[in-house]
Design a protein around this ligand. Structure first.
Ligand code: AR6
Length: 190
């Protein structure tokens, strides 16, 4: 799970970790940990990481998502916002669902991606989560260029990592892992 993981200490009490792996198998303590699901606005499942998370969590997750109120027709979580549910059959205790921008059509993809990371961390903090694991939000189906995404992801997490014991990036693709690691070495003094 933590194959190739590299730790960056952000303060006396908080660590950012970059690792290869599968979010559906990630957990640190099973009671105050959360994985972040790169969902869509409808929030009822999909392909990519979202599909894998729903399969691993079981049908209870879809039912819990269904119960999240729509803010307008077909939208439970607008782009850049975040919602929380239990993790059900996942090893992690919670799932924070967020929606990153569709790179080609979003008016300001950088702001939307930053909001997705920021609001995920805000929701985590409000729910007393101590350990959070992110994928590379928007870097699959939603087409965000990896290096630009890494800059937003790492700089945003750095701002609020003090509120958590550990924030992890759990990256599925070797290429994205390499981009993230290079960017972390550039932006974080180890
Ligand atoms: N663990 C960690 N990362 C993963 C996993 C996993 N199990 N599976 C895939 N990835 P994507 P997006 C990586 O497409 O671009 C869905 O259909 C993947 O390699 O999952 O935000 C939703 O319903 C990529 O690097 O999310 C939305 O409609 C990263 O996760 C839409 O896709 C994100 O890729 C969201 O697109």
């Amino acid at each position: 799970m933590s194959r190739g993981g590299v730790e960056f200490r952000l303060s006396a009490s908080s660590v950012l970790k970059i690792q290869k792996g599968d979010l559906t198998r990630w957990s640190v303590d099973g009671s105050s940990d959360a994985i972040v699901n790169p969902a869509n606005e409808l929030m009822l499942g999909g392909g990519g990481a979202d599909g894998a998370i729903h399969r691993a969590a079981g049908p209870e997750l879809r039912a819990a998502c269904y119960d999240v109120p729509e803010v307008r027709r077909g939208v439970r979580c607008p782009t850049g916002e975040a919602r929380i549910t239990p993790g059900f059959r996942l090893p992690a205790s919670h799932v924070i669902h967020t929606v990153g921008p569709i790179y080609k059509t979003d008016n300001n993809p950088q702001v939307s991606l930053r909001n997705a990371y920021r609001n995920s961390l805000r929701v985590a903090k409000e729910n007393n989560i101590q350990f959070v694991a992110f994928p590379a939000i928007s870097c699959g189906v939603y087409g965000y260029p990896y290096e630009e995404a890494a800059t937003v992801a790492i700089s945003t997490v750095k701002e609020s990592a003090n509120d958590f014991k550990e924030v992890h990036f759990v990256l599925f693709l070797d290429e994205i892992y390499d981009v993230w690691l290079n960017k972390a070495n550039e932006l974080l003094q180890n």
